[in-house]
Design a protein. Sequence first.
Length: 529
Amino acid sequence: MSRGEPVVLCVDDDGANLELLQRTLRSRFPVIVATSGAEALELTRAHEIAVVLTDVRMPEMSGPELLRQISEVAPLARRVIVTGYPDADDLIPAINGGKLDHVVTKPWRPSELANLVGELVELYRGDSANRQLLSRLADTNSELVSKERQLREALDQRGHDLSEASQRLLEMGSRIEALSFRDDLTGLYNHRAFHDRVLEELNRAERYATPVALVMIDIDGFATFNREHGHAAGDRVLQGLAQLISETADGHRNEVASRFSGEEFALLLLESNKAAALSRAMRLRDVIANTPLFGDHRVSVSIGVAAYPDDATEGEALLMAAESAIKGAKRAGPGRVHFFDGSNRRRERRQSASITTVSMSAPEVDRFRPVHERLVEINTILQRDRAVSCLYIDLTRLRRIEQELGLAHHSQVFDRAGAELDNMRGTVLKSTDLICRTAESDAYVVILGARGSKGQDLHALAGQVQAAAENALRTVSLELMHDNPRITVGWARVLSNSMVRSERLDLSGSAAGQRGLDVHRAGPSERLR
């Protein structure tokens, strides 16, 4: 009899009863017997007990107590009392406690007992099979739960890995995209991307009838700088220049910056005309000139300006116009700002004889610095001499040229007037006199230096300057406007006032208030000391 085969356990302290039970049951079931409760418990622990039949009254341990303890050792075993006293009081606790399945009274019929035990054995086998199935299901469920947890962890890890991979791909895509239109060194647009942007913005400008300006910037003497300091230093200069371009944009969102070539940069100013572009170019030129980009080393730049639709209506033509302007700036010397001559071509052909007398491929606009940029020098003169004298050369009447022929021709004539003032140095004017532009570029202001002990008549000096300027511009004015230039020269002497900061002195306004040879307050006897 194996440990795993269910058996029937018969317990009675009367050997005759045990023998009778064995004869009745052993033909159908494996049967083991015990004569005491203690022996029955040992057999229960050693075998798989399907049914227990026990007498009620036995020495040492009663039948109900035995069944109670067996229910703890073998809870699936069916428990039966075989007794001649079915109404015994000690059966009631066993029945009420659920420790008893059946009561068989003596005398019993063998066939009925055998059938009862057979049914109980089958019930045991069913319960045992169910328990085993539940155990296997529990094991399987536990295994599935474990596998589900492992799968979830694997999926979570895979999702995390995929998320990281996706993020890396996005970052790589962004870097690749940036590399496709950004310059590695400066971070600005590269040449190809800027060229595409120019075409795109010109199409938009044509559709909405808005102006666009192009500013080309070239570092003066950059090849020499590279030879003397090395390419690493040159790269630092390029990076510093790119940073200055970005920082001086003043939050202008409609500005597109590019490293156009080696040491050449480009700015596309959207919804900006040529005048605005020239102002931006000159401010940028001055900031670059005053900012060290490598140690204490400063660089200068040449700048060319062209505009749509004044100078070109197509992208390639606009780029060529700006390149032409920057070549003119290079020819004039370092630190120059030039713009392209964008006047109307038919009018230019019609008046070719007139234009050739004043036309330059790329006129310069920064030969004479504005008055507000010379305040430090003017203040020095004012503090030293306790006064400052100036001439105001009013060219407002030449504005007809701008209205009829365009900004380029007006600027050329204005430059011609400045050049004539410069030529007066050493004759009418002194080499120490400061020649400045006004902010509106419709006049010049000459800050006069000391004239020695004899001084000079300001009235007479203004007349000499007026005559010389009108004589220099008469031919051009007659050819372009069919009229004399009619230039007005005013003069003023401003005394130092400790109650007013020198920056607040309006020199040009003071001189303009004494416009003309016959309109002044100081009188012809006023001398410049």
